[in-house]
Design a protein around this ligand. Structure first.
Ligand SMILES: Cc1ncc(COP(=O)(O)O)c(C=O)c1O
Length: 388
């Protein structure tokens, strides 16, 4: 028995030593770096699109929040709704123009709650074939009929909707900014065609919220309707906002339905107070001129990369978005790209089946306003060298 305790203590001591060393090893310079297996990587793998996490003022606010709330106090919102949740709710409502807001500990949980508990019971789903996996899994839970339509093919979708004579309520489900290509859904067209059929539109805009739009309203900026009905908008506090969690924005009626029925809402801890305070501050900042201007820096970074690729006859898969995706021509090329990035200590995501179709290989890079021009040049040169 005491041998086991001694062994445990030894492991604990080693782990503590290790974590202290990790902290000491953090880069002192500003910028986007990740330490992986003891090596420092330039980070194009994690989201932080606006660069809030690299900003001095924001960091000071985080320190203050840690001092005030500690690290992780949280509970189910069924038992306690701290004031900060209400503050974020009001802020997101102001940004999106939607009156009902619910917070979740992740975007995926918000997706499954919206799909399983925010809709009528007899639905027929129409989903873009490249919807995020968390949406697809939520649709499986709902067990109503689901038809996939080819990526952003509005004509196909209209035709499929015409054929839906089952009497069930049509629901279109889409990403806002698609996570595996960076393309933006044609949200206004989708809203128009679903309204004509008294159906619902669900948009998962994990990557568009706080980036797109004058106020950070994401792909909702495309909508030309003054009043939005039967629309469920889902966003992330983890990506552009550098916080943690997700939310649903919709009508107050839909919110009530989800609140009462969803176990993901009522029986799961919500966002820790620390992060609620940080996200409330981030939501306040993103509408300001300083942070709206950061979108120009982000777009400039996207341009450096895309223009570099154009010089060698290649380009990113979609127009400007914080997700920059380069499609490899074959398996050999994706290997070359991965090796080159790894050699030059650049952290990135490689995407393959089932996130994208079989034999489709992609390099996914999360761009940030906090990447410098030299970061972008370094990345671009690395990719070009591997491609030529
Ligand atoms: C479109 C989309 N939705 C949902 C998620 C999952 O978000 P979370 O990690 O908050 O569950 C992601 C993850 O990146 C995503 O890209």
């Amino acid at each position: 028995m005491s041998r086991i305790v001694n062994q445990k203590n030894k492991l604990f001591d080693e782990a503590t030593k290790e974590s202290v060393l990790l902290l000491q090893g953090l880069p002192t310079s500003k910028g986007r770096y990740l330490k992986i297996h003891g090596q420092q990587y330039l980070d194009f793998a994690t989201a932080g699109y606006l660069g809030l996490d690299c900003d001095d003022e924001f960091t000071q606010m985080v320190i203050l929040a840690v001092k005030s709330f500690g690290l992780g106090r949280c509970a189910s919102p069924m038992y306690v709704v701290p004031e900060y949740y209400e503050i974020i709710g009001k802020q997101i409502s102001g940004i999106t123009g939607l009156p009902g807001i619910l917070l979740f500990n992740s975007n995926s949980m918000a997706n499954s709650s919206a799909i399983c508990y925010g809709l009528p019971t007899n639905c027929q789903f129409f989903t873009d074939e490249y919807c995020h996996r968390s949406l697809v899994e939520a649709l499986k839970l709902h067990r109503n009929r689901m038809q996939r339509y080819p990526h952003m093919d509005i004509a196909f979708l209209k035709n499929a909707l015409e054929k839906n004579t089952s009497g069930s309520v049509p629901v279109i489900v889409t990403d806002g900014v698609f996570s595996m290509s960076g393309s933006k859904a044609l949200v206004n067209e989708l809203y128009e065609i679903i309204q004509q059929r008294n159906g619902y539109l669900i948009i998962d805009d994990a990557h568009g919220f706080a980036v797109e739009g004058m106020h950070g309203e994401g792909v909702l900026n495309q909508l030309k309707y003054p009043e939005l009905k039967n629309l469920i908008y889902i966003g992330s506090l983890t990506k552009a906002l550098s916080g943690f969690g997700g939310f649903i924005a919709c009508s107050k009626e839909i919110v009530e339905k989800i609140k009462i029925n969803s176990p993901q809402y009522g029986f799961s801890c919500s966002i820790p107070l620390l992060y609620a305070a940080v996200s409330a501050h981030a939501c306040k900042l993103i509408g300001s001129t300083k942070w709206r201007r950061k979108i120009n820096d982000l777009e400039q970074n996207w341009k450096i990369l895309n223009e570099g690729l154009l010089k060698v006859g290649r380009s990113l898969m979609a127009p400007f978005s914080p997700i920059a995706v380069l499609k490899a021509s074959d398996e050999k090329e994706i290997r070359r790209l991965c090796l080159a990035l790894k050699d030059r200590k650049i952290a990135f995501n490689v995407v393959g089946f089932p996130a994208v179709p079989k034999r489709d290989y992609r390099i996914r890079l999360c761009l940030s306003a906090s990447h410098t021009e030299s970061d972008m040049t370094y990345l671009t040169e690395t990719l070009i060298k591997a491609l030529t």
